[in-house]
Design a protein around this ligand. Structure first.
Ligand code: UD1
Length: 344
């Protein structure tokens, strides 16, 4: 049983991971600024787990907040954490192109300040939310962790820089235990339908967009190209159920807390690709009706196919995905149908 700090723990992946960690018996403090998130998510995590979470509203870019957090006291956990799981960050590609300073401030400087606070407090174990976006236009598929890092937008650059900082730190002292987890496409929801993805505004990503078409909030899905060199001409991605992803964090944490000093760099994906049309058909099965769509031009910056080679995570964590596309769509629909306006 460990004492854990989750930054950004009220978000989509953070809230599902919080549930898995509570169910495993860990004590959690969640730091979140609620910029893109709703506190109701964590209320529901408490409801599902029957356990308490200490919630701190604050921001990584505020050193005073970090200092208070690591000094303890008002938050009732004594300030000493066995490990930090660092989800907090921004992830909208288009926004990052318009506001690169913001992305570097939050994703890189926020991470640097967190690491400095951890070092000062003697906490050296970290699980970091990285992304398959680092691989840019991949040269090989399935993509191993050894593939070239070649991000193509400011969001990806900020994640690559944070990964580099973590590698530098791991090389500086044998105290550090760091896992850099490169997520593929996190989708789905907890099967209860109580927690799920709640994007602000119009979703950029396929799965939440299809969910909103299914629930009648958007008139149709626009499919970005049907002339890609793929099974049916639409883009192929490695969709990973958010509960599988959450379990991947718990597995990585266990290895870090048990093991020798190390830097783990792991793809978290299923190793299987699905096209946009396959996702659409899967969702139609789940919601029981046909969903309107239209083929439009390709989206700039998209790759034809990105699929993980997850064999390293299997070997080092003993972890693999257990839920398939049908389960993803069933659980995603249960969440969307019960919460058409997300947590609002
Ligand atoms: C996108 C980001 C990636 C980020 C990830 C976060 C881009 C170019 N990439 O990845 O950097 O890490 O989200 O989750 O923004 N699609 C449609 N119609 C839609 C939306 C998507 O056809 O309305 C297609 C896309 O062309 C793609 C697939 O669906 O083939 C998946 O798209 P998306 O969910 O946005 O994920 P990524 O492009 O993989």
């Amino acid at each position: 049983m460990a004492r854990l700090l989750l930054t950004g723990g009220a978000g989509f992946i953070g809230s599902h991971t919080a549930l898995v960690l509570l169910q495993a018996g860990h004590h959690l403090v969640v730091l979140d600024d609620f910029r893109n998130r709703n506190p109701v998510a964590l209320k529901r995590v408490k409801q599902l787990s029957g356990k308490q979470i200490t919630l701190v509203a604050g921001n990584l870019n505020d050193p005073a907040c970090l200092e208070r957090l690591f000094r303890g006291g008002p938050y009732g956990i004594g300030g000493s954490f066995d490990a930090v799981i660092h989800f907090a960050g921004l992830k909208a590609v288009g926004e990052s192109v318009k506001h690169p300073l913001l992305y570097w401030q939050v994703n890189l400087e926020g991470t640097r300040l967190l690491l400095a606070a951890m070092a000062a407090a003697g906490c050296f174990s970290l699980v970091f939310s990285s992304s398959a976006t680092l691989y840019g236009m991949p040269n090989q598929v399935p993509i191993p962790e050894s593939a070239q890092i070649q991000p193509i937008n400011p969001y990806g650059h900020s994640k690559a820089a944070a990964e580099q900082l973590l590698a530098d730190l791991a090389g500086s002292s044998s105290c550090w235990r760091i896992a850099r987890l490169r997520y593929f496409n996190p989708v789905g929801a907890h099967p209860s339908g109580l927690i799920g993805e709640d994007p602000a505004g119009i979703p950029n990503n396929l799965f939440p967009f299809v969910s909103q078409v299914a629930v009648g909030k958007r008139p149709e899905l626009l499919i970005f190209g049907d002339d890609w060199p793929t099974i049916d001409g639409t883009g192929v991605r490695d969709y990973i159920h958010v509960m599988d992803l959450a379990e991947g964090h718990a597995a990585a944490l266990e290895v870090l807390l048990a093991g020798a000093p190390q830097l783990l760099t792991l793809n978290l994906g299923s190793g299987e690709g699905h096209s946009v049309l396959q996702v659409l058909r899967g969702f139609e099965q789940a919601c029981g009706r046909e969903l309107p769509y239209r083929i439009v031009d390709r989206r700039p910056g998209d790759a034809a196919i990105t699929v993980a080679d997850p064999s390293l995570a299997k070997a080092l964590l003993g972890w693999r995905t257990k839920r398939n596309l049908a389960q993803i769509c069933t659980d995603g629909w249960a969440w969307q149908a019960a919460n058409p306006n997300g947590y609002r």
